[in-house]
Design a protein around this ligand. Structure first.
Ligand SMILES: Cc1cc2nc3c(=O)[nH]c(=O)nc-3n(C[C@H](O)[C@H](O)[C@H](O)COP(=O)(O)O)c2cc1C
Length: 369
């Protein structure tokens, strides 16, 4: 099958394209509780990085997003390295950039366990971790003494506690920004779209305006700031948030977060119901996330950039997001099913697709709209 036909057939799944060694390891990892498997992955990643050979590189993948130069457009999404432990080794897995966090103003143990579930047939997960993390002060201190193997952004969310809302919520987000604003970061993402909190996704434009105004004032080094939105947002809410983002100099959007919908799953309805609330990510999220990219691409300002995220598991997925307006992409759930060399595989396939379609990273962006 030619590379161009492969794109149309959309045959790639993270699970099926994984190398034999990861398929074997995955069988063992999937016997562990999903959160334990994640903790193990964070511990093993620096060791595994030492065994990684040279990752796939191609001049045609070089690009920039909000002025940040990237060796390739495939980034690690927020939530995997919540506490900023892996910045020195992530480039070895083939990533072009990474988002640490979400960090929150206060440390938090998150929601009660169990709170992370695999939907293996769907190559998806449901999580309601609820923004567990060590808190902005601790993570900022760690990042201050870390080396960065690639451009690093930090994702900021509001501490998930019923008492932290309104003005306290704004102050909490601004405290986190204050903690990290002088670090050598490439970008900051403001998370207005976590579904696993007491309040759910942010619905109040007034609250968002206060956060954006505060960040703009504190951002004396003019670090590019992105806004992360939900694929569940109504068109009206998207319009309101994009208008605010334009008003306060936001450089782009991360599109997007997990969904609370449960449409079109292969996992049995009873099993899904038993997992309970939470954000769904992975393959079933892809169409929704792509739609969010398409919608925001139409209404954003020209100089604002999009990072696409949601169910990306192969080069054809990344290519589809880029053709619909993203300048870069991020992934998380694909790693669980596809293993740590997924970013390199996506880059290899994406380079093939760009060449087969006579496109560059520059001309590909929005070329399918
Ligand atoms: C276990 C888990 C934890 C996550 N935690 C965060 C988080 O702290 N902050 C955030 O902005 N997104 C978080 N996300 C969402 C991801 O960054 C991403 O937007 C979403 O999973 C869709 O991408 P994917 O389908 O490639 O996983 C989390 C996702 C998962 C699966």
């Amino acid at each position: 099958m030619s590379v161009a036909n492969k794109e149309q057939a959309d045959v790639g799944t993270a699970a099926t394209s994984a190398p034999f060694w990861y398929k074997s390891l995955r069988a063992l990892l999937f016997r562990l509780d999903p959160e334990e498997a994640h903790t193990l992955a964070i511990k093993l990643a620096p060791i595994a990085a030492g065994f990684c050979g040279t990752t796939f590189q191609d001049e045609c993948l070089r690009t920039s997003v909000a002025g940040i130069l990237l060796a390739n457009p495939v980034g690690l999404a927020a939530g995997f390295d919540k506490n900023g432990r892996l910045t020195d080794c992530l480039a070895r897995f083939g990533f072009g950039f990474a988002e640490v966090g979400s960090i929150t103003g206060q440390s938090s143990s998150g929601n009660p366990k169990p709170r992370l579930f695999r939907l293996v047939e769907d190559e998806a997960v449901i999580n309601r971790l609820g923004l567990n993390g060590e808190g902005a002060d601790v993570v900022a201190k760690r990042l201050a003494s870390s080396s960065f193997s690639l451009p690093v952004g930090v994702n900021i969310a509001k501490t998930n506690h019923p008492s932290i809302k309104g003005e306290k919520g704004v102050a909490d987000m601004l405290h986190s920004f204050q903690c990290i604003k002088d670090l050598p970061l490439s970008f900051v993402t403001l998370n207005a779209s976590c579904p696993n909190t007491h309040e759910g996704i942010m619905q109040e434009s007034e609250e968002l305006d206060q956060i954006l105004a505060g960040v703009q004032k504190l951002n004396t080094r003019q670090v590019p700031v992105f806004l992360k939105l939900s694929p569940d947002s109504t068109p009206e809410l998207l319009e309101t948030f994009v208008a605010s983002a334009c008003k306060y100099g936001i450089r782009g959007y991360v599109l997007g977060n997990t969904t609370t919908t449960r449409d079109g799953l292969s996992t049995s309805a009873d099993a899904v119901k038993a997992m309970g609330n939470g954000g769904l990510s992975g393959k079933p999220l892809k169409a929704r996330a792509l739609n969010l990219v398409k919608n925001v691409y139409q209404i954003k300002e020209k100089n604002q950039d999009i990072i696409g995220c949601g169910g990306i598991a192969c080069g054809a997925d990344a290519f589809a997001f880029i053709k619909n307006g993203a300048r870069a992409v991020e992934l998380y759930t694909g790693l669980i099913y596809g293993g740590p060399d997924l970013p390199a595989r996506i880059n290899r396939e994406l380079a093939g697709l760009l060449k087969a379609n006579d496109l560059t990273m520059e001309t590909a962006v929005g070329s399918g709209v």
